[in-house]
Design a binder for this molecule. Sequence first.
Ligand code: ADP
Length: 579
Amino acid sequence: MKKLNKNTTDKGKTTLNELVNENIIKNDNPALLPKPEEAAINNDLLDKELVKVQNELKKSFEKYLKLFDNSTVGYITLDKRGVIQSCNNFACDLLGRGKHNLIGTYFSQFISDSTSFIFFDTLKQCISSMSVRDCKINIENSARQNYNLLVSVIPNTLQGEDNIENLLVLQNITDQVQAEVKLSKLQEEIDTVVQSKTMELLKRIESLEEANKKLEESGRIKSQFLTNMSHELRTPMVGILGFSELIISESKNPDIKEMASLIHSGGTRLLETLNLILDFTKVESEKISLVNEKCDIKLIAMEIVNTFSSTVQKKNLKMKFIAEGNNFYALIDPRLFKQVINNLVNNAIKYTNEGEISVTLLSDSEFITLKVKDTGIGIPENKIGIIFDEFRQASEGLNRHFGGAGLGLTLAKRFIELMGGRISVESVEGEGSTFTVFIPTVLESVDESSKNVVVPKRALIVEDDEISYSLLKNIVEELCPADIATNLEDALNKVGINTYDFIIMDINLGSEDTGIDVTREIRLLESYKNIPVIAVTAYAMKGDKNLFLESGLDAYVSKPFTRSDLLKTINNCLKEKTK
Ligand code: ADP
């Protein structure tokens, strides 16, 4: 460009020949040189081209100047001392001064003390590495406005290493920094709240754990109380029921017989209510454990129906028992299942004044269906939904017509469901009700009852309560003579001298040694390893049966018991041992 200017004609134009002559364009072949008239035309063309390029250059420079000045990013060039050489409008706005007041001043005057060190350090690194570096700084401009800037420092070498200029690209990140500050304040606040809430939660967990401990403790006390109550209430019932039964069968005096039977039926009702409440408490605290056995439901149902024959006669009702099908075996807890059928038949009789009660059994490969149907008072439609709820009765309040705790059906439903079955009711008020129980069938097995009955020669009764042992002796002596032992020492003495075919064992002997301890000692004797020991006890709570069986006892009869209960259990044990 410089050369071109030097060789321009007075019109400001340069000819091609002049360029060649000046060695700007090399041409060693004179034949290639244009003829003078051609050269004149070429020079003209060249001039035009040159003007065009200069114009385009100017336009492009103006375009980039516009972009430079109107950018939303600040641009500043600093010489190696840090003095501003040039800047765009945005940089002027940020620094709060016009271009001519900025150029020639130090950029560092605007940087806050707290960030100037960062800026100079970045500048140093940028120069030593000759690469772009970023830093965040804070400035206070001439109008006393504060901004946070993200500065990119770009090094630029001018004619040798000594002469370095730095191009600064400034981005206003004030809003972003303020947002970050707000965010971190918010984060701090959240942290504080979370911390205090966590503390609160921990305290709550602590107090919940404390409450839970108390609850467990009160649950344990409640369960202990129930065990004791069960024992205390059942024990006197042994005498009341047992001796009234004895008086009924032995007495010749009809008045005394009548009084004894009133005592017996009152005692039975009391015992039923007690059993219902205890069972309900066990179900509620989920402490009831089923002892499932494969049982013939037809036998159980027949047995229950028979026990009601005299009640049915007294009320002038008819009672039918029908069984259709071959296999009536199911996996059930016999004690609880008997309780269910007993409750259904008892209710059918209780709520029927005339007509008929029918108990029907049907069986197929899947289910045994037991229907208890009556022609009694029926249940109003709006009460059908509540009769399976605890303590609810169709007739409630002061004018209720029938006695009862309102627990029988609640327990029946829970028991049947625990055994894998279900119970439902259909009823029409004034016409009668049908309760239906479905229970899954299992395959038929050999009838164990066909085995021979074993006749025992002598028995031992270990019992400390006088009423109980007199009654037990009276019943056991239907089978064979019986001796009494009231404590561990006495019992060990007697088994050492005599040979017993079975032993009846009370669990609470009123001393430190329980019936379980006595059984353990007796089992140590070789000749008593296989002799049936039957627990007869008022401890009828919390899966006691399993505990007794695990401790070496063979069977369990809960107090108060009926004569037939005890005799049947003794016979079953004797049969079992001679297998
Ligand atoms: P309870 O008979 O002791 O009151 P249940 O739980 O056995 O308690 O029965 C709940 C209620 O269901 C009874 O009070 C009675 O109103 C109604 N009920 C049960 N069985 C029958 C029935 N066979 N006929 C009419 N009502 C019945």
